[in-house]
Design a protein around this ligand. Sequence first.
Ligand code: BG6
Length: 516
Amino acid sequence: MTRSADDTTGTQRGTAVAPPCVLVIFGASGDLTRRLLMPALYNLVNEGLLDDGVQILGIYRGAAGDEAFAAELVEAMSEVMRSSGGEAGRAEVDGGACDWLRARIRHLQGDVTQGSLFGDLAHRLDAMLEGKGHRNVVFYLATAPQFFGPAVVGLGEAGLLKEAENQFRRIIIEKPFGTDLASARALDEQILGIVEESQVFRIDHFLGKETVQNIMVLRFANFMFEPIWNRDHIDHVQITAAETVGVEKRGGFYDRTGAMRDMVPNHMFQLLAMMTMEAPNSFDADAIRAEKAKVIEAIRRIDPAEASRHAVRGQYVFGEVKGKAMQAYRQSPDVDPRSRTETYLALKLFIDNWRWADVPFYIRTGKAMATRKTEVAIQFKKAPGVLFRDLDQGQLANSRMVFRIQPDEGITMSFSAKEPGRKIKLSDVNMNFRYADYFRTAPSTGYETLIYDCLIGDATLFQRADNVEAGWAVVQPLLDAWAKGKDTVHWYEAGSAGPIEADELLARDGRRWLGL
Ligand code: BG6
């Protein structure tokens, strides 16, 4: 398993091995590191895409020797991979890849809020890079969001962000990037006062998902879709991200955040943008990000006085999810027992441009719901009923195309067909493409591509400052309206499809949510 960045044969689809670097992880003892980053690094090792010269330096407050820390982290990672279902789970964890990682993990004790950490880090990096032939470092901020600014300031003051020949210095920043428009702008200003935009990699892990990237390929590599991809042919679009998990142990974070900030201006808008953006001039990072920013900027601002006609907030109460009792959100650890935080949100949005004017985009996301399902459904307009005027017009269905982002990744087309028999009778039928039927799909967290892309300096799948700010600008009027505390948060039972008020949001327009 010896690999170096000069090796262009990489094992995965001829992809080149990424250049060597030290990957510094702030927040190395946290859930994100164990559950997502480490399994992603493991997968990259198995794909042969990491250079043998890669080193990993984990920073957290606790004391541990390098070896003990490395052993503990790799063990925790293996445990997560063995026990988790979903896309990242696997029955067997490969010993070779674990050894590879264990041999390269080091630990630095420290606290981002203490200035002394950055001096210690500089010394440590000097020692780790001595005689290595490069001075590349990626700083991964896997911390709570309030530490993003202080970490970048500390790194800048210690001179750790200066780039030179053979010395890239990049920062990966987790979400949420800010808590509203003003704080996102302030954070951008602070960070971009220290580093160049090209050094900043703002993560939205939905963009690492194969199926999300496939939306763009499907749209732009197949000419048959473009002529119908507009207001003339599309009746409406539904975007769903339903989860069966509740808030679990993240009450402290989630109660301050809620479904809107956690999912909408980032993940949901990425899906929306992929679906609706104009064709970029090229696959260059900036060409794509410019088109995405343009379409998000075109989303109509909701008048705060009209908030309740466009948005429905919900919070789950006790119920059963997949046969298992789930306690009410308000009874979860670290959640205010009188909390008004939404765990479900449904929105109706419009994109005010020529392609999409007047086409409603219905978006819903929630925790503790009946099913885990992330999908984008394009509902086409009905054919004129003239030929079928003798039939019950209810039989004439809208054709539909559904992008299944997860689980069971794929695409379904639904349309009307004639039922066999003497008379004309219509029936809805499905045509189904499943990723797993065509491609060898390896377990993946979505972070593999993003980490790899950062190492090779490709920012296409990362958010530029204007993308993040455009998302916040759209939702800000709603956040303002809710901050006044006047809207209602509707209850829904854990294990249900969300509050009935969300059904009314569509029923008013003569439409219905697709089943979960
Ligand atoms: C995260 C949110 O960004 O995305 C979580 O903070 C959410 O609350 C998660 O559960 C959903 O991601 P995925 O990949 O599991 O669909």
